[in-house]
Design a binder for this molecule. Structure first.
Ligand code: R5P
Length: 268
């Protein structure tokens, strides 16, 4: 999706730094079309400005986080970041980090993480998130729950008035055993919100999608708000068979939003 940005003031600077935009002259006014992926990259590059040498970093997963991981790899290669240790949140991020030469570890060896950078599927006005449409919610929640700072990076399409408000999936990771039973219990739990629970599938044959942890994902679709998020979270986690859900409540310390009018940094 191309987004017209006639007055792209603060993001123009970030776009130049990201190599997405070259001004024709120092005084020229900026008029540029940036794609959604450009916006993701701009948010990611801004987040990497928070990274300092010697940090243990949570490396997120997804089409936005991959730009941050690439940038960290680039700065390490250029010698501008030293002694970084990355904790990846998925096998795909692990593979990307290895290909970039980023030294890696895990939570067992590094239980405290200085900073994590990751994307999100939805961000509400209180910086609560929905994550996991890429399937990595469990490891992300473990890593980002162990962080001193969690910088979330999104383009403005991810902003919602309330979680579930995009009408897209709210993922719940469940064990395979009797997943239909678990999906039914989840759907019943949110009956008043018009919830529909669907098993996530992948590939042409529609096989169940399997997470890095060998589990399935049941996606919840809501017609109305699910009300108190803490109550909803506890109720989901109380169902035997549920491993984790994609609501990240009160976890992001900063959210960087790249949009038509520039970069917005919201912090707690
Ligand atoms: O499981 C995937 C992660 O939670 C992602 O961070 C999230 O889905 C956002 O992904 P993207 O940046 O590709 O929109």
């Amino acid at each position: 999706m191309a987004i017209p940005c006639p007055h792209f003031i603060s993001s123009a600077k970030a776009a130049m730094e990201a190599g997405l935009l070259i001004p024709s002259s120092p005084s020229s006014s900026v008029s540029v079309i940036l794609s959604q992926d450009d916006l993701k990259k701009i948010a990611a590059y801004k987040a990497v400005e928070y990274v300092e040498s010697g940090m243990v970093l949570g490396l997120g997963t997804g089409s936005t986080a991959k730009h941050a991981v690439a940038r960290i790899g680039e700065l390490i290669r250029q010698g501008k970041l030293k002694n970084i240790i990355g904790i990846p949140t998925s096998t795909i991020t692990h593979e990307q980090a290895v290909s970039l030469g980023i030294p890696l570890s895990d939570l067992d060896s590094h239980p405290v993480i200085d900073l994590a950078i990751d994307g999100a599927d939805e961000v509400d006005p209180y910086l609560n998130l929905v994550k996991g449409r890429g399937g990595s919610l469990l490891r992300e929640k473990m890593v980002e729950g162990a962080c001193k700072k969690f910088v979330c990076i999104v383009d403005e399409s991810k902003l919602v008035n309330y979680l579930g408000g995009s009408g897209l999936a709210m993922p719940v990771e469940v064990i395979r055993f009797c997943w239909k039973f678990t999906a039914g219990r989840l759907q019943n739990l949110f009956e008043e919100s018009g919830c529909v629970a669907k098993l996530r599938t992948s590939g042409e044959k529609g096989e169940p999608y399997v997470t890095d942890n060998g589990n399935y994902i049941v996606d919840l679709y809501f017609k109305k708000s699910i009300g108190d998020l803490r109550v909803a979270s506890d109720a989901i986690l109380n169902i035997a068979g549920v491993v984790e859900h994609g609501m990240f409540l009160d976890m992001a310390t900063t959210v960087i939003v790249a949009g038509e009018l520039g970069l917005t940094v919201k912090s707690k």
